[in-house]
Write a protein that binds this ligand. Sequence first.
Ligand code: TXA
Ligand code: MG
Length: 313
Amino acid sequence: MKTLMTTDPDEAATFIRGGGIVAFPTETVYGLGANVFDERAVAKIFEAKERPADNPLIAHVGEISQIEELSGGITDDARKLIGAFFPGPLTVVVKRSAKVPLIATAGLETIGIRMPWHELARKFLAACGTPVVAPSANISGRPSPTTWQAVFEDLDGRIDCILQGEATEIGLESTVVDCTGQVPVVLRSGAIGVEDIRQIVPQTEVFAGGETSVLASPGMRHKHYSPRAKVVIVRDASEAAEQGRSAFIGFEIRSAHFDKVEVCASGEEYAHRLFAFFRECDLNKIDVIFCQAVDEKGIGRALMDRLRRAAEA
Ligand code: TXA
Ligand code: MG
């Protein structure tokens, strides 16, 4: 398949309306979208990404009013979080409407919904005229794409179109909150911290793992975010022992003996750069990537979550 490259959201949207699949930028990472109500188009996403069929997709809306056709009723807590954080990097999990095909939710009776604030994403969604389900636009297991070049690297020839925008601002995936139970539960951390969510719904819990995780957020048990290089979390650069070609990402400037170094001024910058750095290390045939640990505050919690998953692989 020939993959069309464009910067025009209207042109990209014609593929969605024709039953195709399109990668597009958001403020978190690039997504790979299809019309949520078109089962055959949704199936193409799973095929192109080599995504396990038991991992549900997030539906992206351009208008708050589109939530109605996706959900079969939302709780007060969900309504409050939507009011506070839409548009933005938050996904709320609610009951799905009967209109949503089960392939999109991987057989679940719930659906994740998110409204990006990214301008090009909003123009694209408006032109699609329908909610668009989209996982991150990478081959499953690889780091999520934060540039169109990363999407191209993984999916050129497998998808209809890439809507080219800038590198994504946040660089980590959205915060996912399950709002179908007694209290909201954060299933995946992201730029919107649990502290922020508790300002709106104080009883919000953070999912702690364990048995029910399989039911709660199927995607979290799959391998994620891994470069080909080995990832090792260190407290500082001096903890990094020489092991072949090595790289370092963190806050320290004294890190001269590495083959590749990324010094970040803040946790936000670290998050913004991480996945692209992983990919650059792979292109540079790096064997080991040393990642400096961060405080688990604000975006730091999401950053440590992604680092641990990458280090596990
Ligand atoms: O920032 C993001 O969320 C990006 C952009 C493109 O919006 N999307 C993204 O999608 O990261 P994906 O598919 O790579 O990750 C979605 C996560 C998975 O862990 C999945 O299991 C979880 O959200 N999820 C989706 N629907 C769910 C549901 N109904 N119940 C529980 N977890 C759900
Ligand atoms: Mg993903």
